[in-house]
Design a binder for this molecule. Structure first.
Ligand code: FAD
Ligand code: NAP
Length: 883
């Protein structure tokens, strides 16, 4: 195909609406879209033709690993019928032909300047223009500068000593010669066993006389079962391509697929294996990692897939030592991009193929004739570097991008990229990135993500034109909030545990931060739409149409909380306050029935203790460590109406392990059968009894704390006041988790969070109505915040959640305690709701809060013998998620 170049004379000094860098999937669609909106656009591309990834990566075996039906444009409905893929996973030449076809069909090449590299782009504030310089010496001006430079377009600079010494042929999978390579009769080395290595090794082995594979990290790979496009898939697609594409856009990874809710250990080992086998046999890259809901976050769950995959390797590779060396160890499945292959492991059964395990004998140097490891010397005719890319940020900072006041982008990103939505970065006006860091990008079917970004950017430019706005830029507040959200999301997954290119770990000196956005294509798309619908939240605009900015942070809920709320909404659960008390109790028991059990403890014993109106059931949890232990008396949540010994069981186990304490969970009497002050009186009686029977319970006398969640937090706070007034028992500390401290339902946190976050204002009113008469509610035994004197109370940790109606009364109690001279600490949990903290192994983003609670209890016990710090209120940085 003859390539037409935009001539230099047509570019020099010209002023465009938009300059786009890159002519891969992203640049081509960007050009088409901008053109259709009437923006004068030029694309600059360093290659001499279109294709991007599929232009450069011509190594043997190169093909997509997302099925071609999915890995293709959706913007042109004619393409769906006029282009038919010959294979389920098309080869590189076929994908390149497809992109060439799209370029021809839409006459795109006439606006692409090929064989030209952009070297710098500088923002000029005075003219509100970007000045873009190329390696051909031309300088262009434009209002908008778009980098469609790809996430995997800059091969990693070789980081092996002696690289330049080799006198044979060297090849890079990411820069493969167009004429192809014939390895017949040659002794060939391949360094690297990522996707490129795994695809090319079986084919290189077919030609080479000897093939030696240098493997640093074994990867998880399974058969692609490539072949013709599966008939069933094609039929589904052909039946309604538009619906199929719509489902892809609102899916987790850009391929239509249901999200499962089933947890790994909620099924039997046999059922688990059957599911893994089914996923394995599907040849679908995404199938295995989405088999169970918790595989991406739970170490033990993920380990079951890892072992399944290792067994597969052992079953294919005949030499046991080679098989073991090929078994991935040390990183969880999916934390580095897994591969699908054709005959990869089988290749190691060939007599002329050998594996060198670099974990046992690292490469010392490349020599003139081959490769020296720590123990051996190898001679080769050719070395293939399948060593990967400086991913995501590399191609962007390779251009000297300068924003306002000459600020360098490379400098701004020295500690890791900072973007808003992966689309823009503050201080660099009118600069857009397609699939930039902080967007789903490489964790998705990239064509879907590319189209979404291109559509969003074009709509933004169109909006600006309509509104007569010249300049757009994200605000620092929005950008910082997004970075926080991206990191919070990653931190509840296993991704950050691996030395992957997602983490920048493959490039020496690159900062270790998680680069893509793990929240999913669907949520991300909704977020971008929400930003627009809220008046371009977090963007500032300027121009003849007037300056404007709706500043703020999008997605302030933690990802797992958001997921849970979505699920509850989908299920259409009835509001509890519309049910009878019996139904409400049965309903909340049902909701709790399928949750993870929480950690193992030493033992659990149920018993009864004497209460003021008869025996009260209790459950005692003992830690697995040797006792005796301090004791925590725990009061469950449920608005004084719901709950029992089972309702907070996982949280009690967690407390027991984290505080290394005996936990005695007390089932106090509930309303409306036993109204105020029954629960408080029961709570106090229980604490007295536990204090008096500490030794029998496995506890250390005098080392007793109280803890409660929600209404249980109310009881714990009240019990501390009652114990003080009664002169005992001595309580070492109180942990109040999102406690009820006052009957006022008009506080700002009620106004902001009274609907939509599980605990609603209506439900809280229902609880109060069942528990106490309006006059009684004002008593400190119901509203401990109203006590006249809060001095002399035990040290406290008060935990509040950002999206909880009870947030402000919790904070007010912590402040009031401190004012009264109590050593009180307030832990605010960012992005959490009322039910987050006790949701062990469900709301993983609250794990750090649970850690802090355990640590606080241990601290109370340690200090129990001495004089605690008094009269200070320490507000802790909001708890952030941790794994
Ligand atoms: P690219 O295709 O990388 O195009 C960027 C272009 O920008 C390049 O042509 C480059 O030359 C040009 N460029 C960069 N910097 C400059 C500069 N300074 N001046 C001028 N030009 C510049 N993703 C999937 O979703 N599914 C898959 O199956 C899949 N398979 C892949 C296989 C391989 C071998 C690789 C490497 C990646 C694969 N990917 C896959 C990711 C793939 O990169 C994207 O799917 C997609 O092709 C990216 O398109 P793009 O236009 O954003 O970037
Ligand atoms: P990669 O996944 O980063 O793999 C690079 C390999 O080289 C790794 O095994 C790495 O080992 C090894 N390596 C790097 N530097 C080394 C050194 N100095 N010494 C020894 N070994 C070294 O790169 P890739 O295979 O090119 O794939 C990159 C991404 O492109 C993929 O993850 C995927 O997203 C995409 N891709 C997709 C396909 C597809 O199937 N469609 C094909 C190719 C690429 P360590 O792991 O120890 O760092």
């Amino acid at each position: 195909m003859a390539t037409q170049h935009v001539r230099a004379s047509e570019l020099a000094g010209r002023d465009f609406d938009v300059v786009v860098v890159g002519a891969g999937f992203a640049g081509l669609y960007m050009l088409h879209r901008l053109r259709s909106f009437g923006f004068a656009t030029v694309v600059i591309e360093s290659a001499d033709d279109v294709g991007g990834t599929w232009y450069w990566n011509r190594y043997p075996g190169a093909r997509c690993d997302i099925e071609s039906i999915d890995y293709s444009y959706s913007f042109d409905s004619e393409l769906e019928t006029e282009w038919q893929w010959s294979e389920r996973y098309a080869t590189q030449p076929e994908i390149l032909r497809y992109l060439g076809h799209v370029a021809d069909k839409h006459d795109l090449r006439r606006d692409i300047r090929f064989s030209t590299r952009v070297e710098s782009a500088t923002w000029d504030d005075a003219s509100s223009r970007w000045h873009v310089r190329t390696d051909r010496g031309d300088e262009l001006r434009c209002r908008f500068y778009v980098m469609a430079t790809g996430c995997l377009s800059l091969p990693k600079t070789p980081d092996i000593p002696g690289f330049d010494r080799f006198r044979g042929e060297t090849y890079f999978t990411g820069r493969w010669p167009h004429e192809g390579v014939d390895f017949s009769g040659q002794r060939v080395a391949v360094i690297g066993t990522g996707s490129s290595g795994i695809q090319s090794i079986p084919l290189i082995a077919q030609q080479a006389a000897e093939l030696t594979v240098f493997q640093r990290t074994p990867n998880y790979s399974r058969p692609a079962y490539n072949g013709p496009v599966p008939a069933a898939k094609k039929a589904t697609f052909d039946a309604d391509p538009a619906a199929y594409r719509a489902a892809a856009r609102l899916s987790l990874a850009g391929v239509p697929r249901e999200r499962t809710l089933v947890r790994t250990f909620s099924v039997s080992a046999e059922e688990r294996l059957a599911k893994f086998e089914e996923a394995y046999a599907s040849g679908d890259l995404l199938a295995l990692s989405t088999t169970f809901a918790d595989l991406g976050a739970d170490r033990a769950a993920n380990e079951t897939v890892c072992e399944f995959m290792r067994d597969k390797v052992r079953s294919i590779v005949r030499d046991p030592a080679t098989a073991e060396a090929l078994c991935p160890q040390g990183h969880f499945y999916g934390t580095k991009r897994p591969c699908i292959d054709t005959n990869y492991y089988e290749t190691f059964n060939l007599s002329h193929v050998r594996l060198v395990d670099l974990r046992k004998e690292p490469i010392r140097t490349i020599t003139e004739t081959g490769i020296d490891t720590a123990t051996r010397s190898f001679a080769f005719d050719a070395i293939v570097f399948a060593t990967g890319f400086d991913a995501m940020t590399g191609p962007i900072v390779a251009v000297d991008v300068r924003g306002r006041n000459g600020e360098s982008l490379a400098k701004k990103w020295a500690e890791g990229p900072k973007t808003y939505l992966g689309l823009m970065t503050a201080g660099f006006p009118n600069f857009f990135m397609i699939t930039g860091p902080g967007s789903p990008s490489v964790l998705s079917n990239m064509v879907v993500s590319i189209e979404q970004h291109v559509d969003w950017v074009t709509a933004c430019l169109d909006h600006m034109r309509t509104e007569r706005l010249d300049v757009v830029e994200p605000t620092p507040v929005a950008e910082a909030g997004w970075l926080q959200h991206v990191n919070d999301c990653a931190d509840i997954t296993l991704y950050p545990t691996a030395n992957s290119w997602y983490m920048g770990a493959n490039v020496p000196g690159k900062p270790r931060v998680f680069l893509p956005y793990v929240g999913g294509v669907d949520r991300y798309r909704k977020t971008c739409d929400e930003v627009v619908n809220r008046g371009y939240l977090g963007f500032t605009f300027d121009g003849p149409g007037g300056g404007r900015c709706t500043d703020g942070v999008v997605n302030r809920l933690q990802l797992d909380v958001w997921t849970m709320l979505d699920l509850m909404q989908e299920l259409g659960l009835p509001p509890i306050e519309t049910l009878s008390v019996d139904h409400a109790r049965a309903f909340s028991t049902m909701l709790a029935s399928d949750r993870p059990p929480g950690p193992e403890v030493g033992d659990i014993v149920d018993g009864e203790l004497p209460g003021p109106a008869g025996p009260l059931p209790y459950r005692r949890y003992r830690p697995p460590t040797r006792g005796p232990h301090p004791i925590v008396v725990y009061f469950h949540g449920g608005g004084w109406v719901l709950g029992g010994l089972d309702s907070d069981d996982p949280f009690c186990r967690d407390l027991c392990v984290k505080a290394n304490a005996v936990v005695v969970s007390v089932n106090y009497r509930h309303a409306p059968e036993a109204r105020f002050p029954a629960a408080a009186d029961d709570g106090f009686a229980a604490v007295r009894w536990v204090a008096a029977n500490a030794e029998t319970l496995g506890g250390v006398p005098g080392r007793l704390a109280v803890c409660g969640w929600s209404a249980g937090g109310n009881i714990a706070a009240v019990v501390c006041q009652m114990a003080r007034d009664a002169g005992g028992p001595r309580i070492a500390g109180q942990v109040l988790v999102t406690p009820v401290t006052d009957q006022d339902l008009t506080r700002a946190s009620y106004v902001a969070n009274g609907e939509g976050y599980v605990l609603t204002t209506a439900l809280m009113r229902w609880f109060w109505d069942h528990y106490a008469d309006p006059a009684d509610r004002l008593q400190p035994k119901a509203s401990p915040l109203r006590a006249k004197d809060l001095s002399g109370l035990p040290p406290a940790l008060v935990v509040t959640c950002e999206f909880d109606p009870l947030r402000d009364e919790g904070a007010a109690y912590a402040e009031a305690l401190a004012r009264a001279g109590v050593d009180a600490r307030h832990l605010g949990c960012r992005g959490q709701i009322h039910t987050s903290v006790p949701a062990v192994d469900v709301i993983r983003s609250a794990a750090s809060a649970r850690e802090e609670i355990g640590a606080a209890l241990r601290g109370f016990f340690d200090a129990a013998g001495g004089q605690g710090q008094r009269g200070t209120m320490r507000a802790t940085d909001e708890a952030s998620p941790s794994t």
